[in-house]
Design a protein around this ligand. Structure first.
Ligand SMILES: Cc1cc2nc3c(=O)[nH]c(=O)nc-3n(C[C@H](O)[C@H](O)[C@H](O)COP(=O)(O)OP(=O)(O)OC[C@H]3O[C@@H](n4cnc5c(N)ncnc54)[C@H](O)[C@@H]3O)c2cc1C
Length: 529
């Protein structure tokens, strides 16, 4: 520790330099706060990370496709001037079936299906964009509380009501209806093609402990597609991998005056008179601040960094019941050549690829996870970023990055003895879709949810820091009592994916939290004066 660190008192300490922690730091520093960000890992960015997994081969080791980056956050933080470059934008989604057929989704258009399905998809997409606009209004604001009265909350509720009313009667009714059913029923209502239904269902369940028939999957779909309302027609690839985006966020925060210390794991939130007053690091060093903001998931924050003895029993029970059981594993392959997917033109190999032939296939794959088993036929979301970005592998070689579901965190018997078997299952599945890929593999790495928990510090290895479900969303995220970024502990706030509006590399949780902190500080100053 330098003398300057020892002597300094901060307005705000942020635990975790995930992208939301960095966004929060940037907005707070911009507003004049003295901010220190403490990160356990050796680099900032959290799950927006690039890692060399085999000599010369690098991959986005957490998030791999940028689907939801909020454009206002990107503009406010001047991410472009901090080096953000895209290797590709507006990728298409290519869904492959197990007979060598495929369909291609490009924004609101879909090719490779009947004319009826293509028209139905255009209508479905247009309606979801209207729904998304309503959600956008919610996502950009702190959610109201229904128990305490405040002008801000009243305004939020009026805006919420108004945006719903503006949808019109038919859409409003439909939104209420589909919100209560599941993506399986919704896809069946709209489409005939099993492959198209499965592609839609995948977007409802990716990263979640849910199958297509689970409740909340329509909300999951809308959450994932919020980027459609912000001007993109498909995911983007960050040049150099997601770690470069993490660095851009860090540079933006530093540019506004925030300090970031990596390799600084917080062990405890310090309290005096039941108020958060700073943190103690694993090293034993204590740092003080007027407030502490946690980018760490809510379960870890309250269970480990605060500790149950400091929480009232009702709140502690809600923390305990917050669902954050990860089911997504990540497979990284170093490949000798570009894999050839059956029936797919090589020109499409760099798009977002889905291996999920039908909704029933996805549901069966999920069934295993319910009972603590991994799927024998997992579904996958694949990216081969080296088609667009030659900085990730030696010339002529490729990297394949795949989200592989379903692989439950709490696997019966544990992952240590099962990792190799599940990796082989995933490779066999890939071999079916891309015959010969096995012979191209130079190295394979599988990160299970347990590994993801270790690498990124997220409880349960859950990429949203907790299930995106209506009982854990909007004005109930993560749990009542901590849903407005403040918590029952004065001076302690949340700013990560576990708070509203949830996960994905979006930046809004960090920005909304910063606004809540700024407002609270102003309020305290006015009342102290
Ligand atoms: C395998 C995987 C695939 C994904 N795919 C996508 C995708 O394609 N597209 C997408 O948009 N999203 C994807 N996501 C989700 C997305 O990455 C996350 O929702 C998002 O990164 C969360 O950001 P955050 O800043 O809130 O938290 P995080 O990125 O989790 O950051 C939290 C930070 O806190 C740090 N930390 C934890 N404990 C401590 C401590 N005690 N002291 C100090 N620091 C600590 C961690 O090291 C980490 O840096 C994926 C996630 C995973 C894991």
């Amino acid at each position: 520790m330098t003398d300057s660190h020892r002597d300094k008192r901060y307005d705000t300490i942020i635990i975790g330099a995930g992208h939301n922690g960095l966004v929060c730091a940037a907005y707070l520093a911009k507003a004049g706060h003295r901010v220190l960000v403490l990160e356990a890992a050796g680099h900032p960015g959290g799950a927006a990370a690039t890692r060399e997994f085999h000599p010369g081969f690098k991959v986005s080791s957490g998030a791999h496709l940028l689907t939801q980056l909020n454009p206002t956050v990107a503009k406010d933080l001047r991410l472009a001037s901090h080096g953000l470059e895209y290797a590709a934008r507006d990728l298409k989604t290519v869904a492959l079936d197990d007979n060598g057929q495929h369909l291609v989704i490009d924004g609101g258009a879909v090719a490779g299906v009947s004319d009826d399905d293509a028209s139905a998809y255009a209508r479905f997409h247009a309606q979801n964009q209207r729904f998304g606009k309503v959600l956008d209004g919610f996502f950009n604001r702190r959610q109201p509380t229904l128990v305490k009265r405040s002008w801000d909350d009243a305004i939020s509720l009026v805006k919420l009501g108004w945006s719903l009313k503006r949808l019109g009667k038919a859409d409003m009714q439909d939104l209420m209806r589909v919100g209560l059913i599941n993506i399986y029923d919704v896809a069946n209502e709209h489409f005939d093609s099993e492959l198209l239904k499965a592609a839609v269902a995948m977007d409802g369940v990716l990263g979640s402990h849910m199958g297509p028939r689970s409740p909340n999957t329509v909300y999951g779909y809308l959450h994932r597609h919020i980027g459609d309302c912000w001007g993109s027609t498909g995911p983007a690839l960050v040049r150099g991998g997601m770690g470069n985006l993490g660095s851009c966020f860090a540079n933006a925060a530093r540019g506004f005056g925030a300090e970031i210390r990596c390799d600084s794991r917080v062990a405890l939130v310090d309290m005096e008179d039941c108020r958060a007053t700073g943190v103690t690091l694993d090293s034993g060093e204590s740092l003080r601040a007027d407030r502490v903001v946690s980018n760490v998931d809510p379960k870890t924050t309250f269970e480990k960094l605060v500790g149950y003895p400091s929480l009232d029993a009702g709140f502690a029970r809600r923390v305990h019941n917050f669902r954050s059981r990860g089911v997504a594993a990540k497979l990284h392959l170093a490949l000798d050549a570009l894999p050839a997917f059956r029936g797919l033109d090589a020109a499409l190999a760099g798009e977002r690829l889905l291996l999920a032939p039908s909704m029933d296939h996805i549901e069966h794959a999920f069934n295993h996870a319910k009972y603590g088993e991994y799927s024998q036929a997992p579904v996958m979301e694949i990216s081969v970023p080296t088609v667009h970005d030659d900085s990730l592998a030696p010339s002529g070689k490729h990297v394949l990055s795949a989200v592989v579901q379903f692989a439950p965190y709490a696997l019966r018997g544990g992952w240590d003895s099962a990792r190799d078997a599940f990796t082989q299952i995933a490779l066999d599945q890939l071999e079916h879709y891309a015959p010969g890929i096995g012979g191209q593999v130079l190295a394979a790495e599988l990160s299970t949810p347990v590994d993801l928990e270790r690498e990124f510090g997220m409880a349960g290895g859950h990429w949203h820091h907790g299930e995106i479900a209506l009982d854990q969303a909007l004005l109930m995220r993560p749990i009542p009592g901590a849903h407005q970024y403040s918590t029952p502990i004065p001076g302690l706030y949340l700013c990560g994916a576990g708070s509203h509006p949830g996960g994905g590399v979006m930046g809004l949780a960090g920005r909304n939290a910063a606004r809540a902190v700024i407002k609270q500080k102003k309020f305290s100053q006015e009342h102290a004066a």
